[in-house]
Design a protein around this ligand. Structure first.
Ligand SMILES: [Zn+2]
Length: 199
């Protein structure tokens, strides 16, 4: 933790100073509906989380990743992106998957540490994927969301050398010390692991 943070704070200050010096007219404006590819998952839309919502890892530092952690948002897709972008709640995930059509946003680079597990060691070693929905609303667990998420997890596992099994693809409720219940009893693990391996 300590080896990362001093660098980050300095970087954040530098970024802030640099931004402050740029006239607003020069800031790029993204055309409505444009797909900006995610830095790690090109099929995802890049919707970066605010700088106060994750830990940036120093360039050149390799973060060993051996887990994918599955979440349900407990709020709407758009609100999730808004919360990550605003950064005030100091939460984020690498990816968010939309229930209605399986659309994926990438919010944090895989090399950086998203704050999703509620546990520093787990955040440090994992990629977090949020799924739009509520644990007590089975209608949000759509086929298209499972399929899109499974393809994403398969791609992450391939990139990072993570075994595609239940020991390495876990639920938030399985994080040591977690009091969260997501992805909840309606999440079909057997189906998900099968889809990941078939992707
Ligand atoms: Zn969660």
């Amino acid at each position: 933790m300590e080896r990362v943070r001093p660098h980050l704070n300095r970087r954040r200050v530098l970024q802030g100073a640099a931004l402050a010096a740029v006239p607003y007219v020069l800031l790029p404006e993204r055309p409505a509906g444009a797909h900006v590819p995610g830095p790690d998952q090109p099929s995802a839309e890049w919707r970066p989380a605010g700088r106060s919502a994750y830990t940036a890892v120093a360039p050149g530092t390799v973060r060993p990743i051996d887990r994918v952690i599955i979440h349900m948002t407990q709020t709407a897709y758009r609100k999730t992106l808004f919360l990550f972008e605003a950064g005030r709640k100091k939460v984020s995930a690498h990816y968010v998957v939309r229930s209605s059509d399986g659309h994926i946003s990438q919010c944090v680079r895989e090399s950086d540490i998203a704050w999703h597990a509620g546990n520093w060691e787990e955040n440090e070693r994992s990629i977090g994927i949020e799924h739009e929905g509520w644990v007590d609303e089975p209608s949000y667990y759509t086929d298209v969301m499972y399929e899109a998420s499974a393809k994403l997890t398969a791609a992450i596992c391939a990139r990072r050398g993570i075994p595609m099994d239940r020991a390495h693809i876990i639920g938030h409720h399985e994080v040591p010390g977690s009091d969260h219940t997501d992805p909840g009893p309606h999440w079909d693990w057997a189906r998900y692991i099968r889809l990941v391996n078939a992707a």
